[in-house]
Design a protein around this ligand. Structure first.
Ligand code: MEV
Length: 336
């Protein structure tokens, strides 16, 4: 005979347990250079991922979208997605098994817009809510770092820092000292920032683009290091241009940055084409964003009322997926 309370009955399948959101991100300046310790300027996008947790006796599994089969949340046989989310689950709510995570979003995948970090952050927040154990931003950053390593190898951390904290920020990666944390400085734009985002095809992969650039650096260390330092300096200039409300200057910095990224070999024909079309349609500046070699561009519209629409029209006439996004959204979703 025991006086222990009987185990609480599992909620019926499909019961809603929690819901949370996370934004995507756009790197305004400094991608790739940030991997080598230079600053990057990045902002949270007004588009992101929402994750709903429901009771599911066949869990843990992820429903990645209406047209995709469920993915088991398990190291190994769930592919990169299942493995990454298994790490999130083990870190946040290790005892939770009978759950389905249902993801919905408005971020194109493989676009350089932080879809993997947004998914991991939204999942971590929703799981923490289900387990009744909210996460601090630092803890959330660490949880998502474990997941991002599955997708991207050894990322700088700029994606998850931006997605976790929201707003616009200058990011510099942590030193290699054990326990070192990245330097994150919030940036307050003097006026609201909207960018046209456009893409023709997914990128070939962050891990691949970073690896190819590392090889190029091995062959041309002086030139590549000099260009990387310049990209970092442009990110600092960009933060000042945003804070002092100089969109024309920010646009020029974006153009300079795209030229350097192209010289470093991380642009592609489709990205160059979209960047040129955006400039011809009146953009103050345009560049690739994120890892490059496919993926998205960002273009800064001028002040005229139809400025953004003209760029969007130019993008859609060549079949690009394009939208106007507010950049610097405050953090969304549940606490942590
Ligand atoms: C990817 O969003 C940004 C890169 O700089 C890689 C990284 O920071 O780890 C290309």
């Amino acid at each position: 005979v025991t006086d222990a309370a009987p185990p609480s009955p599992s909620p019926p399948p499909g019961t809603l347990l929690a819901t949370a959101e996370a934004p995507g991100k756009a790197i305004l300046l400094g991608e790739h250079a940030v991997v080598y310790g230079h600053p990057a300027l990045a902002g949270a996008l007004g588009r992101g991922v929402r994750v709903t947790v429901r009771a599911d006796p066949q869990g843990p599994r992820l429903h990645p979208g209406p047209l995709a089969a469920p993915v088991p949340i398990r190291e190994g046989d769930g592919g990169a997605l299942g493995t990454a989310l298994a790490r999130v689950l083990a870190d946040v709510a290790p005892g939770l098994r009978q759950v389905a995570l249902v993801a919905e979003g408005s971020l194109p995948l493989g676009s350089g817009l932080g879809s993997s970090a947004a998914l991991s952050v939204a999942c971590a927040r929703a799981l923490a809510q289900t387990a009744g154990a909210p996460l601090s931003p630092d803890r959330l950053y660490d949880v998502v770092r474990h997941a991002e390593e599955v997708f991207h190898g050894n990322p700088s951390g700029v994606d998850q820092a931006t997605v976790v904290r929201g707003g616009v920020l200058l990011f510099r990666r942590a030193s290699t000292e054990p326990g070192a944390r990245p330097h994150v400085t919030p940036v307050t734009p003097a006026r609201p920032l909207h960018l046209v985002v456009a893409m023709l095809r997914p990128h070939t992969g962050t891990r691949e683009a970073v690896a190819a650039l590392r090889e190029r650096r091995d062959r041309h260390p002086r030139t590549v290091d000099g260009l990387m330092a310049e990209l970092g300096a442009l990110a600092l200039d960009g933060a000042r241009a945003l804070e002092s409300g100089c969109p024309g200057r920010l646009g020029e910095l974006m153009d300079l940055s795209h030229g350097i990224l192209a010289a470093l070999g991380v642009s592609s024909d489709d990205l160059d084409h979209l960047v040129h079309l955006a400039r011809r349609a009146g953009a103050l500046g345009a560049k690739l964003t994120g890892a490059g070699v496919g993926g998205a561009i960002i273009a800064l519209p001028g002040q005229a009322p139809d400025a953004a629409q003209r760029i969007l029209d130019a993008m859609t006439t060549v079949g690009a997926v394009a939208f106007l996004a507010r950049v610097g959204e405050p953090p969304t979703g549940s606490p942590g």
